[in-house]
Design a binder for this molecule. Structure first.
Ligand SMILES: Cc1ncc(COP(=O)(O)O)c(C=O)c1O
Length: 360
């Protein structure tokens, strides 16, 4: 992957509030399940039938409509491979690929600001990235996205709740886009759906060219194990499956997912912490006069102004890592802070207030 979506530099110990990870850790049941793996479990190629059925039942979908992936990143890549590849040309000899700005290339549409993987995956398979700029309030620009659809549009990547905004995309907007792109794919990235009650899953029956992407990295705390899912029409899911290697999920991720889904109490407790943390972030922002967006996810986008980069650096000096989003479209002056375990949030907010008072 090229430009935007790179691995973060290794930061060492500190309070990690920059990648929207689970700041409390996964369920202890996951660790038990990992410990129970046997030498033979590691020695044989994994079987996914059971975890697929368990996850499908958990999500309330038919197992044929579910594709488990090596993180949601892999689901995003699968969509690009399946829908955006150009004709590769003859098997031998030089492929006349042309530059990525080639106007005949299949197009992938993204509404900025958004997760960097979309652009990188579109580009990696030879597609052309079409970017829609945000309005000042960062609300989803449905009319502008509709207007950007062309006969070459193959995929529209949407994020709800959005990253970095935490804002939802109305279901009516997703349906409108699906109708406008009958031969393409609308990919609704719901990486943060576990923190909200608004999901598109229940709407999929009426929108066969829409898929929903999920990750178990965030609310379930499995980021290091790499497990995600794509749900959609069985034929579309089969098409995505064909674009991936057969064993991309390792056995540790498979048993971890099953254990995590079985510990609803752990999930609910973490979600309660996230809600309490967001309330504290809003309260402190209001007191300090900082603009922020009401988030349906486990993070908050805050406008701290021209000092954004200096604030992120000052927090880093204190081993508190938050994300500088100030160079993203529409996000001038903004930082994004993960809202997880309340005590972590309180620590970060105290440091933020201290720093802002010092630089004011
Ligand atoms: C919007 C969005 N989609 C997908 C992902 C990637 O999820 P995973 O870790 O499961 O690959 C992230 C991770 O930060 C994200 O923010």
């Amino acid at each position: 992957m090229s430009s935007q979506y790179q691995r973060e530099p290794e930061l060492g110990d500190g309070l990690r509030l920059h990648l929207n990870e689970n700041t409390g850790g996964c369920s202890p049941k996951v660790i038990e399940a990992l410990r129970a793996l046997s030498p033979m479990d590691a020695a044989i190629y994994p079987d996914y039938g059971r975890v697929n059925d368990v996850c499908a039942a958990y999500l309330g979908v038919d197992p044929a409509r579910l594709l488990l992936t090596n993180g949601l990143d892999e689901g995003i890549l699968a969509a690009a491979i399946a829908y955006l590849q150009r004709d590769p040309g003859p098997a031998t000899g030089r492929r006349d690929a042309g530059p990525v700005s080639d106007t005949s290339a299949p197009e992938g549409l993204i509404a900025e600001p958004c997760f960097g993987m979309y652009a990188d995956c579109i580009e990696a398979v030879g597609g052309r990235i079409v970017r829609v700029a945000p309005p000042p309030d960062l609300a989803f620009p449905l009319d502008a996205v509709l207007a950007a659809i062309t006969p070459r549009t193959r995929v529209i990547y949407l994020t709800s709740p959005g990253n970095p905004t935490g804002l939802l995309i109305p279901h009516t907007a997703v349906h409108a886009l699906a109708r406008a792109l009958p031969d393409g794919l609308v990919f609704v990235d719901e990486a943060y759906a576990d923190f909200t009650d608004a999901h598109f899953l229940g709407e999929l029956g009426a929108a066969p060219n829409v898929v929903v992407g999920r990750t178990f990295a965030k609310a379930y705390g499995l980021a290091a194990l790499r497990i995600g899912a794509v749900v959609g029409d069985a034929a579309v899911v089969a098409r995505l499956r064909r674009s991936l290697p057969p064993y991309s999920i390792n056995v540790a991720a498979a048993v971890a997912l099953e254990a995590a889904l079985g510990d609803q109490a752990h999930l609910d407790a973490y979600r309660a912490q996230v809600r309490a943390s967001k309330a504290r972030v809003y309260a402190v922002c209001d007191r300090l006069g900082l603009a922020h967006w009401p988030s349906e996810a486990n993070f908050v986008l805050i406008r701290v102004g021209d000092r954004a980069t200096a604030v992120v650096e000052a927090l880093r000096q204190r081993r508190i890592f938050v994300r500088d989003r100030s160079t993203e479209p529409g996000c001038a002056g903004c930082i994004r802070i993960t809202a997880g375990i309340l005590a972590h949030t309180e620590q970060a907010l105290a440091a933020l207030e201290d720093i802002l008072c010092a630089v004011a």
